[in-house]
Design a protein. Structure first.
Length: 307
């Protein structure tokens, strides 16, 4: 009786190690292997249990290998092959929430949102605290037009991880998409409260102000975003375009034109062409007003306008 109780206890302990979500696959496998090597398996029943454990470790290692290869293919945007490797990883470990989450992301990137949601559903059934899966499922719900479901999942992700600025930013983007601008700004501002150097909420708030015809606030926001970023950041060129539009609406056409040119060349990653072109553009715009031309050209040379 005591021997049977010990076997059950050891199996339970083994399964607990295998299912701990806080451990990565490699850590789980190492912990299980160490347990097998160090515990003295004595009688036939325990030796049978050792064989079962070793088979579990073998499957875990294979799943880990397929999972890593799938992630590498995903990072290369090779989504079709990534799906094949995620499926292989699940053959050997069908209880891993993270594999289903990443498989769901892959389907999402292929715009197969129904398949993506199905994967996120399984991921959350396996781990109800998988905050990343909630956020990812919300993204898929959003693309399917399921507003209530998306809102619920974004909010759940925040509930599970209230100190993560990305969660507030993601929900803000969702609110912005459905024109709930006040709610979007509130989430963007809280994201900035958590991380003042994350630039994208600043740009999005500026864009909302632009749509609301609050042109001074929009210009100030775009300038702030540009100061925190550079041409390697997403949205850098667009920020110049949008700031140019705000200047246009304020009837400051020369600033509008210059910002449009900055946007054009930053988006094209052709800064040298812009440097050669900007003097020609300035001459065309300001030949009628030499004082403004000289003042604005000096400001450009001193980098006081657009940094």
């Amino acid at each position: 009786m005591n021997n049977q109780f010990m076997i059950k206890f050891l199996k339970l302990l083994f399964l607990l190690i295998a299912c701990m979500p806080s451990l990565g696959l490699a850590q789980q496998t190492d912990s299980l292997q160490k347990f097998i090597n160090e515990y003295p398996f004595l009688d036939a029943n325990q030796k049978q249990m050792k064989a079962e454990m070793m088979e579990m470790v073998r499957k875990s290692q294979l799943s880990q290998q397929y999972f890593a290869m799938a992630d590498a293919l995903y990072d290369q945007s090779n989504y079709d092959q990534a799906i094949s490797y995620y499926d292989s990883a699940l053959v050997y470990d069908s209880s891993n929430s993270r594999i289903y989450n990443n498989l769901g992301n892959t389907y999402h990137n292929l715009k197969q949102y129904t398949n993506a949601i199905a994967c996120f559903n399984i991921a959350l059934a396996l781990d109800a605290n998988n905050k990343v899966a909630y956020c990812n499922r919300a993204n898929s719900y959003s693309h399917c037009g399921q507003i209530d479901a998306a809102t619920r999942d974004y909010t759940m992700a925040i509930t599970l991880d209230s100190d993560n600025y990305i969660n507030y930013y993601n929900r803000g983007c969702f609110y912005m998409k459905i024109d709930l601008y006040d709610s979007a700004i509130k989430d963007y501002k809280y994201a900035l409260f958590l991380n003042a150097n994350y630039p994208y909420p600043i740009n999005n708030i500026a864009y909302i102000h632009l749509k609301q015809a609050k042109f001074n606030e929009a210009i100030k926001g775009f300038e702030h975003f540009i100061a925190l970023t550079n041409e390697s950041n997403d949205g850098y060129g667009n920020a110049f375009y949008d700031m140019g539009f705000a200047y246009y609406e304020k009837k400051r056409y020369y600033l509008a034109a210059i910002n449009a040119e900055f946007g054009e060349y930053y988006k094209a990653n052709n800064l040298n062409a812009f440097i050669q072109y900007k003097d020609i553009a300035l001459h065309k715009m300001f030949f009628w007003n030499r004082w403004r031309y000289k003042k604005f050209k000096k400001a450009l040379q001193e980098n006081t306008c657009f940094n």
